[in-house]
Design a binder for this molecule. Structure first.
Ligand code: GAR
Length: 193
């Protein structure tokens, strides 16, 4: 990963599929003078993603790609990313799996946030599975993306205590609050190891 040498920020694209609360926190982070990133592009596979509104609010270019044909969608995304000179991709609730080809194209420059303490609970329904297993803790992880799902090198994690009354919904809410802090912290860590 390139080091920051001057005041210029690294162009970043954020990929979303839904609410976009992590996108919002990343945009707010990117506006700080000390932040290493500038968010120049928001990409979604879902035209109804609520998070797309943040593109309008913060005047960041939004692009939606139809994933019926993943190969075509990814080709278009790659050309968009190259046009905008994007050097960092942050997956933030993006629910499509990137192809090996795509990942190879941007090796070492794609980050993801996952709502569990990886390597536990890769994939979907993490909170439900953690509760069913009577875990005392869950949490979130920011990691580099490699060709295996939720398996790339971990950058940072944050633990969250599970209480007896937690439901998947209440746990998701608690974890999300930590995600909003963890993702910016992990990005700082990537650029200032
Ligand atoms: C977040 O909890 C994120 O960790 C999770 O989706 C949620 C998106 O929320 N991501 C995954 O499960 C990826 N496998 P947001 O749209 O409000 O940021």
């Amino acid at each position: 990963m390139a080091q920051l040498t001057g005041p210029k920020k690294i162009n970043c694209a954020v990929f979303i599929s839904g609410t976009g609360s992590n996108l919002k926190s990343l945009i707010q982070f990117s506006k700080k003078k000390s932040s290493p990133i500038s968010i120049e592009l928001i990409i979604s596979d879902n035209a109804k993603a609520k998070g797309l509104k943040f593109g309008k609010i913060f005047k960041i270019s939004n692009k939606v790609f139809n994933y019926k044909n993943k190969l075509i969608a990814e080709k278009k995304i790659i050309s968009e990313i190259k046009n905008k000179k994007i050097k960092l991709i942050c997956l933030a609730g993006f629910m499509k799996i990137l192809s090996k080809r795509f990942i190879k194209n941007f090796k070492g420059t794609i980050l993801n946030i996952h709502p569990s303490l990886l390597p536990k609970y890769k994939g979907l329904n993490t909170h439900q599975r953690a509760l069913l297993n009577n875990e005392k803790y869950s949490g979130c992880t920011v990691h580099f993306v490699n060709s295996k799902l939720d398996s790339g090198k971990i950058i940072l994690q944050k633990k969250v205590r599970i209480s007896k009354v937690d439901t998947p919904k209440s746990l998701a809410k608690k974890v999300l609050i930590q995600e909003h802090k963890l993702y910016p912290k992990a990005i700082r860590r990537v650029f200032n190891p």
